[in-house]
Design a protein around this ligand. Structure first.
Ligand SMILES: [Zn+2]
Length: 277
C-alpha cells in the first residue's frame, strides 16, 4: 500500500451528492465515476485505485459517510474527511468494493442501459409498423391496379348517356381484376346493374364507412354478394363489356347514396383520399 502522503481531490457530481446511492450498483457506479473523474484530471495513481477500497472500508469501519462534494480523501490513513457525508446506510449493508468490482458493475449498468434502449427502439419500430398497417387498412386505392387507360370522364356528355356521364371509365381488357377502392359492405351485386338497370350490365355497389358508395359496372364476372364485407383492394369482380358499353372497360362511380343518380366526381374523390389515378 502506498504511503499516506498525498491528498486527492475528487469532485462528486452534484446529482450524486444530492442523491447518495443506496444500493450495491449505485455505490459501484459512484466509485467508478470518482475514479474516472480522477483520471480525467490527470491525477490518477495506484493510490487512487486503492483509495476507493479504503474509502469503502473506512466508511464501513467508522460508520462515517463517504466524502462528497469538493472534499479530500487521504490515501492510506483510513481517515475520511468530508464537508458533507452520505447516509451511512449503504456502508452498513455492503462490504468492500474493489476497483475491479466497481468497473464490472459500471459496465453491467451500461449494458443494462443499452439493452433498455434497444428494447425501447424495438417497441417504437413495432408501433410504427402497426400505425402503417392501420393506415394501409383505412386507405383507398384505384379500382384497377394498373395497366388501364382513362377514357370517358365524369360529366362527359354523349349519345350513350341520357344526361352526362355519371362515372369514370377505365379501359382494360375483359377479365381484368377489379378491386374494392375501400373497405365496406356490398349492397348490390349482379346482373341488371345490381338493380340499377340494364345499361350497367353486371355491377357491384359497396357502401363505405364514410357514407359514400362505390359502383363498378359492365363487369364480366361478379365475385361478391350483397351483405359481404370487403377490405381495401379485395378482388370483387372481373371487368367486362356487359350492358350499354362500346368496348371492354370498367365504369366506376362514387355515389352519396346506393342508387343511380347520386354520383359525384369519382376521380376527385379518389385523389382526395390520396389515390394516384
Ligand atoms: Zn362509363
Amino acid at each position: 500500500m502506498p504511503a499516506a502522503d498525498r491528498v486527492i481531490n475528487v469532485n462528486v457530481p452534484p446529482d450524486m451528492a444530492r442523491n447518495p446511492p443506496t444500493n450495491c450498483r449505485g455505490i459501484a457506479l459512484m466509485l467508478s465515476t470518482l475514479m474516472r473523474n480522477a483520471t480525467s484530471a490527470g491525477i490518477r495513481t495506484r493510490a487512487v485505485g486503492v483509495t476507493a477500497g479504503i474509502v469503502a472500508s473506512a466508511a464501513l469501519m467508522s460508520g462515517a459517510g463517504m466524502a462528497t462534494g469538493d472534499s479530500s480523501v487521504t490515501a492510506g490513513s483510513g481517515d475520511v474527511t468530508a464537508e458533507e457525508t452520505f447516509t451511512s446506510r449503504w456502508a452498513t449493508e455492503h462490504s468492500e468494493f474493489t476497483r475491479e468490482q466497481a468497473d464490472r458493475s459500471y459496465e453491467a449498468a451500461q449494458e443494462e442501459a443499452a439493452e433498455a434502449k434497444r428494447a425501447e427502439e424495438a417497441a417504437e419500430k413495432k408501433a410504427a409498423e402497426k400505425r402503417a398497417a392501420e393506415k394501409k387498412k383505412s386507405s383507398w386505392v384505384a379500382p384497377i391496379e394498373d395497366g388501364y387507360s382513362l377514357t370517358a370522364t365524369y360529366g362527359n356528355s354523349g349519345d350513350r348517356w341520357a344526361s352526362s356521364h355519371s362515372g369514370q371509365d377505365f379501359a382494360v381488357p375483359t377479365g381484368t381484376p377489379v378491386q374494392a377502392v375501400h373497405g365496406g359492405t356490398v349492397v348490390k351485386a349482379g346482373g341488371n346493374g345490381g338493380g340499377d338497370g340494364p345499361a350497367y350490365g353486371n355491377a357491384v355497389v359497396i357502401e363505405h364507412p364514410d357514407g359514400t358508395y362505390s359502383q363498378y359496372a359492365h363487369l364480366d364476372q361478379v365475385k361478391v354478394s350483397p351483405g359481404e364485407s370487403v377490405k381495401t383492394g379485395d378482388r370483387i369482380a372481373l371487368s367486362g363489356n356487359t350492358g350499354n358499353s362500346s368496348g371492354p372497360h370498367l365504369h366506376f362511380e362514387i355515389r352519396t347514396a346506393p342508387d343511380f343518380g347520386t354520383s359525384v366526381d369519382p376521380m376527385a374523390h379518389l385523389r382526395g383520399q390520396g389515390v394516384e389515378v
